[in-house]
Design a protein. Structure first.
Lengths: 203, 203
């Protein structure tokens, strides 16, 4: 498969979400434009990266287009992930129901405190941090939610990378150093608060 | 002050974070380009929206530039916010230390369950949901973290908007309908997992 440019990947992710929420059989590029603000040209270009037939005189077949996007982006393959750091935020995700429905299976939680692991009730098996490499390799875990305190984030990242993790969602307000080929996405509530404040101020 | 275009606002937010992390007195647009990938032209254009003097032969004065960005984006004004929905995720934020340092003061938590409010230990005052309008108005709360279950998210949003909230950070995996002028930013771990999977697949 040809690589898809990053901006097209980001738009196709949004388009897949949009299609999943709609209750229609067909959608035209004009209707997508009205809902997203992207030009019809951009939409057609993005869709040209997909394989399969989903176009008809009535527009794109919604379900087929959604399926083609998920195939192209690899979203149809179930992925295993783990949570690292089981404080308030990390432990909140142990019971999050939507992951499995979306094809993401949470198979392990890690914390450096053995005491915390023994006390926490969890539907997911919990392990001390020193077992990270063994567990990640055994269960072929590809993704991690990193919920440790900021001062532990880089050290935990180094262990995850050494254990073979491919992608990290980082909740700590620090910039992680990772080797090329490892993907990091940062989720930071303070950044979101600042972005909202700035948008209110500047609009 | 002149409005700053949305893409420039997004870049200036990132630039302010970058400047705050550096330990240098001056930084050139070439150095910013090397760290961000933005062209020197784009950087100079973004910075031209700011007021004040921070340029010198050695480059931009880091602290002055950071200060000018924060002033322009309104990040130097403290903001009050609330948490709505005190399940695992919402209650995790009640004890988050970084908010106050960054100028965001968490002044109230709301939940529709009076029982939950009575049981939770919190350094922040908690209120039943029916007091939302009164409390938001009394404390001039401008922002909200929305941590309620998906099926309650739109109803809670309508109440927040009616109470005078200007911006919402939405953790529920639903698209909120809000009147023009109200800012929403969505934080969704499944979306982040999908974005990482897609980037791994397509790179």
């Amino acid at each position: 498969m040809n690589p898809i440019p990053e901006p097209s990947v980001e738009r196709l992710l949004i388009l897949a979400r949009l299609l999943d929420r709609l209750d229609v059989q067909f959608i035209t590029s004009g209707e997508i434009e009205a809902r997203t603000g992207w030009s019809s040209n951009t939409i057609r270009k993005d869709i040209s990266y997909l394989e399969g037939s989903f176009a008809s005189p009535a527009g794109y077949d919604r379900e087929k287009l959604s399926g083609a996007i998920k195939t192209a982006l690899g979203l149809d393959k179930p992925q295993r992930f783990c949570v690292v750091g089981l404080g308030r935020l990390g432990s909140a995700y142990l019971n999050y129901p939507a992951f499995a429905e979306e094809g993401y299976e949470l198979v392990a939680g890690f914390d450096s405190s053995v005491n915390r692991i023994e006390i926490l009730r969890s539907p997911v098996p919990l392990y001390p941090a020193y077992k990270m490499a063994e567990v990640i390799s055994r269960f072929q875990i590809s993704l991690a939610l990193l919920c440790v305190p900021p001062e532990e984030a880089q050290h935990a990242t180094d262990r995850l990378v050494a254990a073979g993790i491919k992608g990290i969602i980082n909740f700590a307000p620090v910039v992680l150093q990772v080797p090329e080929g490892i993907q990091v996405r940062n989720v930071n509530v303070v950044d979101e608060l600042r972005a909202i404040s700035a948008t209110i101020q500047c609009s």
